[in-house]
Design a protein around this ligand. Structure first.
Ligand code: GDP
Ligand code: IMO
Ligand code: MG
Length: 434
């Protein structure tokens, strides 16, 4: 028996939400450990769709404890709105089933504004790099955390020290805003923002590292839910076109306060092709009718921003890199059904850079933009795999594709997903029992 860490092995939207929901039946606690409401995790249960951004996907299952760890940046307005939205869908949320780390950083409206201001400025001039962020204030909030001037959940309960903290935060932000030609933000505005949300947020506060330590010792099964994907990691991703947190599995430890020795099975959620939202390099991107086919059939529109996701062939070189940087034990291969009906399928096995063969994506932005993918071609299949629940339901060519993926990335398939529905999932190896 072990704990399980779920992370995305590509550029996000691999189907983490569906798999976390499926696995959470076997777990006692589900923990988010990085990112914020830039995530969009969709679960479909008996035809009803639930869209989660900040809350762990385990929250929809009665009797499970959902945890937001210290590594997450929490927008209190988004938190309250998501709790209210889910309650309308019949999911009861209270401190009985949700706890938030008292040392998690808050996203305030000035962070959201700054995210938008920078993106707009970069679009209109050459003064910055347009990342195509979700404009949720994720980057600016992490900057304040690392800059040691952030307001944290626990500060909402300490009205004596809060004004001084707000003062420090505003000294920095107002200097920045003046430089950007924006209005300054007043002390009262931030104090009012904080006091207006405190009563709704504070009941969920918890010393998460302590709670997880106690639960681990009593044998609870803990499932960690990553957001984004490994190629969006601030260190290992396609910098600067990345998010502002570490998204790799090691962050499950730092972002929750549970030591790395207890993490257990690392499950890399992997889409059977590749997608990316926002700007940045994408060697296997397809801008032709096959890319359009994948986008339409896979319904590749962002949950958070509604943007069209860019689509392309499976990039085994990238996922092989994620297997290494996360220490992936096995993968959950999702959306295999989207490939049904294609005559042939290509898989990228490496690249050429300035005429030389290379087996991984280099770290340099200039080189990343110049690499050319090297492909192998496989025969497609005509039969439908939608809703397949056993290997016996899969056409021989589909099994061949899966085996080829395993061999190229150097990790086995533990789970296979064949539709958005919770139960359309083939179990090969139970990560909790491995
Ligand atoms: P996440 O961010 O990794 O949780 O992924 P998203 O929820 O943003 O995007 C994945 C989308 O694919 C969602 O709409 C899911 O309902 C859907 N999905 C998940 N698994 C499968 C699958 O095996 N087949 C199909 N067709 N859709 C899937
Ligand atoms: P889930 O958890 C896909 C992308 C944004 C942008 C970059 C930086 O649903 O897989 P940010 O707002 O984080 O500063 O944006 O990261 N991005 C995602 N792409 N899935 C996500 O989350 C993403 N979260 C952020 O599109 O390119
Ligand atoms: Mg998503």
């Amino acid at each position: 028996m072990t704990n399980v860490v779920v992370i995305g092995s590509q550029w996000g939207d691999e189907g983490k939400g569906k798999i976390v929901d499926w696995l959470s039946e076997r777990a006692d606690i589900v923990v988010r450990f990085q990112g914020g409401h830039n995530a969009g995790h969709t679960l479909v249960i008996d035809g009803t769709s639930y869209k989660l951004s900040l809350l762990p996907s385990g929250v929809v299952r009665p009797g499970k404890m959902a945890v937001i760890g210290n590594g997450v940046v929490v927008d209190p307005h988004a938190l309250i709105a998501e709790i209210d939205k889910l309650e309308k869908q019949g999911v009861k949320i209270s401190p009985e089933n949700l706890r938030i780390a008292d040392n998690a950083t808050l996203i305030l409206s000035l962070h959201r504004e700054l995210d938008g201001i920078r993106e707009d400025a970069a679009s209109n001039s050459n003064s910055g790099v347009k990342i195509g962020t979700t404009r949720r204030g994720i980057g600016p909030a992490y900057e304040d955390k690392v800059g040691r001037r952030a307001i944290r959940i626990m500060d909402l309960a300490d009205l004596e020290t809060l004004p001084g903290k707000v003062e420090r935060l505003l000294t920095h932000h107002n200097a920045l805003r003046r430089g950007l030609g924006e209005n300054e933000v007043t002390h009262e505005t931030i104090m009012q923002e904080l006091t207006s949300v405190a009563d709704r947020v504070l009941p969920y506060r918890e010393t998460i590292w302590l709670m997880l330590d106690k639960e681990r010792r009593r044998g609870a099964r803990i499932l960690f839910e990553g957001a984004q994907g490994s190629l969006l990691d601030i260190d290992h991703g396609t910098y600067p076109f990345v998010t502002s947190s570490n998204t790799v599995a090691g962050q499950a430890s730092a972002g929750s306060g549970m030591g790395p020795g207890s993490l257990g099975y690392i499950l890399g959620i992997t889409k059977a092709y590749t997608t990316r939202v926002g700007e940045g390099p994408f060697p296997t991107e397809l801008t032709d009718e096959i890319g359009q086919f994948l986008g339409e059939k896979g319904r590749e529109f962002g949950t958070v921003t509604g943007r069209k996701r860019r689509c392309g062939w499976f990039d085994a070189a990238l996922v092989r890199q994620s297997v290494a940087t996360n220490g992936i034990t096995g993968i959950a291969l999702t959306k295999l059904d989207v490939l049904d009906g294609l005559d042939e399928l290509k898989i990228c096995v490496g690249y050429t850079l300035d005429g030389k063969d290379i087996d991984h994506l280099p770290a340099s932005q200039g080189q990343q933009a110049r690499v050319e993918p090297v492909y192998i071609t496989l025969e497609g299949w005509k039969e439908s795999t939608v809703g397949a629940r056993s290997w016996a339901d899969l056409p021989a060519q589909a099994i061949k594709y899966v085996r080829q993926v395993e061999e190229l990335i150097g990790a086995p398939v533990a789970l296979l997903s064949t539709s958005p529905e919770r139960d359309d999932t083939i179990l090969v190896t139970d990560p909790f029992e491995d």
